[in-house]
Structure formats: C-alpha cells, structure tokens
Write a protein that binds this ligand. Structure first.
Ligand code: FCB
Length: 408
C-alpha cells in the first residue's frame, strides 16, 4: 500500500479566510426576516409539526454584535488572512433615509479592530435581509430599491470605505429570487414569476450602480457579488436532451446574472455547495449521493473544479467565498475541506486565477429557514452561554491556512 502523503502548495499570497453574515451571527436585529420568523412560528401548522419555536427565531444569534473581538481573535487563531462579515442595512438605516450613527461607529470599531489584527476585511452589504421600510415598499420588486441601495452604499463608502478591502454588494441574488419569489421558501414567500423577474432585474442594476459608487471613491478596490454556482452535468452524457438541459440550467442559474454584471466586477466571488446530475424525467435530478451532509445535501468536491473552469471565460480573478458543510459531529469536515481544496488546486494548475478560499462558516449560526440545527461552524457555539469552542477541524483548517498547503 502506498501511504505517501501528497503535498499541494497554494500560490504565494493566497487569501485564506472564513465567511459569516451579519444577520446569521450578530443577534438583536429587526428586519424582514425577523418579522417573518415570528409569524412563521406563530402559525399553528409550523409548530404542530413538532418544532421548537426558539430554534427558528434568530434572536441573539451568536451574539457577535457584542462578541466581535472574540470572533476576530478566532480568525487570527486560525491563521486566516481575511474575514468576511456583513453590514446589516436595517441597523444602518432603520428608517428610510435616516442613518443611525451609533451603528456606523459600531462597524467602524469592528473593521478597525480587524485591521489592527492584520486581518483583511471582506464586507457584504446585502445578504438577503431588508429593512422593514423597504419590505413595506415591496422589497426588491420595487425599482426604487435600486436608488435606496445606492444611497445606503454611498453612506457605507463614505463612512467605512477606508477600512474595507473587498466589497460584496449582494450575496447570492438568485437564491433570493428563487426562494423568495418562486418556491415559497424564504420571505416574502411568493410564487410569482413576474415578480421574480422584476427582482432579478432590480438586483443586477443595483449591483452595477453600487459598483460605480464604490469605484468613484476607491478606484483601485475590489468589488464583486457572491454568486452561488452549481455544477450541472447530464446524468447520461450521450443523451442529447439531458445534455441540453444541463447546459440550460448552467445558463439560467450560473451565467445569466453574471452576464448582466460582467462589466462591473473586479473579481468573481463564488459560493460552491451543489452538484446536480440532470435527468430528462421528473424530478429532473438524480444524484448518486454517495456522501451527504447533515442537511442531506450531496458532497461532491469535484464539482468545484468544473465550476471554476467554467468561470474562467470571464477572465477575472476568482475567490471562493463560501464552501462548507453542516456536520454536527465534525466527522466529515476534516475530509471535506482538503477534498475541495484539492480540486481548487487542480483548477489553479489548469490556469484558473483563484485568489482565495473562504470556509463557510467561522461559527455555528442561524441557518435561515432551517434555523439553528445545521452546524456549519469551525467553532461550536453554546446556545445559552455563547461560548465558542474549536472543533478538531478548526485546528486542521488552521494548519492549512498557516502552511498555505494541503496534505492529501
Ligand atoms: C449560502 C448562504 C449562507 C449560508 C450558506 C450555508 O447560500 O449565502 O448565508 O446560509 O449558504
């Protein structure tokens, strides 16, 4: 048996990081999601299915609003050079065109502390959540949302821009379109293709405007979105219908939005979680699911390679901004991370300009409609005391970040 370890080195200055979002970790936020969660748990149907309300209310989340120093210390302990965090629009602009200076100062403290610790900052401006006043105006179905988002962006640029290294204007816009406006999963729980198209259009226009606003003041900074890119392949390569369907899915889910914003990107932020083997009969997907995670999602590391190769045509640097696994017992994570990184490395060898990798997520957090159950964290978080505790895979990831290499 050959037990020799293979060492794969990453390029010099490769950016290692972890990702989080404001709503999922900060706690104490009132926005369209918090109000939706309340209504949801109050509904008889929801609770009669044996669910516990507290598990589906974001509430104090990980209390990162108060414990950000502790979180930044964890990022440092991991040896990550960068940290992705979010700014919550509803905190900054609780009422239309009224800004809360205290909250701006709060984020300033966080960003300055990150800098002082030698951590580069990747800041998401919008991660699916809207202030209530925007929700009441129809959210992103309203074309005015573009103007509102531009104004909010300008405020952040002026107040905090000097402390931000990488900008993510929007997180996974198509997930908001799909889950919020087509399949009834996320607020505002609509099933309306007409509205979905409006939201799609307003989101890409908002990104393009925000890009210009940021670049006007910081011409050399890095701006992108985080885009969920799935790997679609025909289950049977010889089947022309499946071949065509996989191509169509790739176009609709991966390419279409990017094409609309391609002139307003300094890099592409990629989130990779899913692979779909497309079949030509319902339910049109037949994955082999040889390995799955706690949420039942297939684990398919090779897919990240194909995704990166496909994105190469945009001739832009790429940063993997999210890749992670819900794995409560930390049984698969130590395999999952290097398994994906092996394929990231392979893509780099093939000439794809991948500049960094961010694990999702630093902490166990509030996983949207799935509540607190999924455990994506390198660090466990005690739901009562908020104590953070490193999982073994945190030590493993730290070794990768510090040595800039993986051992296979
Ligand atoms: C991504 C989201 C992120 C988190 C992970 C698991 O789609 O951007 O907030 O929920 O999935």
């Amino acid at each position: 048996m050959n037990n020799k370890k293979e060492i794969l080195k990453f390029p010099k200055n490769f950016l290692w990081g972890t990702s989080t979002s404001a709503y999922q970790i900060e706690g104490g936020i009132t926005n369209d999601w918090s109000e939706w969660e309340k209504k949801r748990v109050e509904s008889k149907k929801f609770l009669s299915s044996g669910k516990i309300a507290d598990d589906f209310l974001c509430g104090k989340a990980c209390d990162s609003y108060n414990r950000y120093s502790e979180d930044l210390a964890l990022v440092k302990e991991l040896g990550c050079g960068a940290f992705r965090l979010g700014i919550e629009w509803a905190r900054i602009e609780p009422r239309e065109d009224e800004y809360d200076q205290k909250e701006i100062e709060h984020y300033k403290k966080v960003l300055i502390e990150a800098r002082e610790k030698g951590i580069q900052t990747v800041v998401t401006l919008w991660h699916w959540t809207n202030p209530l006043w925007l929700r009441d105006k129809g959210g992103w179905t309203n074309p005015e949302a573009i103007k509102h988002f531009s104004r909010y962006t300008l405020k952040i640029v002026e107040e905090l821009g000097q402390y931000i290294d990488y900008w993510i204007t929007l997180n996974e816009p198509l997930v908001h379109v799909l889950n919020g406006y087509l399949i009834n999963k996320f607020p505002p729980q609509k099933k309306c293709p007409r509205e979905a198209i409006k939201v799609f259009n307003n989101l890409y226009k908002a990104h393009n405007e925000a890009y210009k606003i940021i670049h006007k003041i910081f011409p050399y900074t890095n701006v992108s979105i985080t885009h969920l890119v799935n790997y679609y392949e025909p289950a049977r390569k010889w089947n022309p219908i499946e071949f065509f369907m996989a191509k169509a899915m790739h176009y609709l889910a991966n390419d279409r939005f990017l094409k609309k914003i391609k002139n307003y990107l300094d890099f592409i932020g990629v989130d990779y979680y899913f692979h779909d083997r497309i079949v030509c009969y319902p339910p049109f997907r037949k994955n082999l699911n040889i390995e799955t995670n706690d949420m039942g999602w297939e684990i398919y590391p090779r897919g990240i390679y194909h995704v990166l190769l496909k994105l190469n045509k945009y001739s832009l640097p790429i940063i993997v901004m999210e890749n992670g696994i819900p794995d409560r017992r930390d049984k698969k994570r130590q395999w999952f991370i290097p398994a994906h990184l092996k394929y990231v490395h392979k893509a780099i060898e093939k000439g794809v300009n991948v500049k960094g990798y961010f694990y999702w997520s630093l902490l166990d957090n509030f996983e949207w409609a799935a509540g607190f159950d999924p455990k994506f964290g390198l660090y466990e978080v005690d739901r009562k005391t908020f104590e953070r505790k490193a999982r073994p895979s945190a030590r493993m990831y730290s070794k990768i970040c510090k040595n800039n290499q993986i051992e296979i």
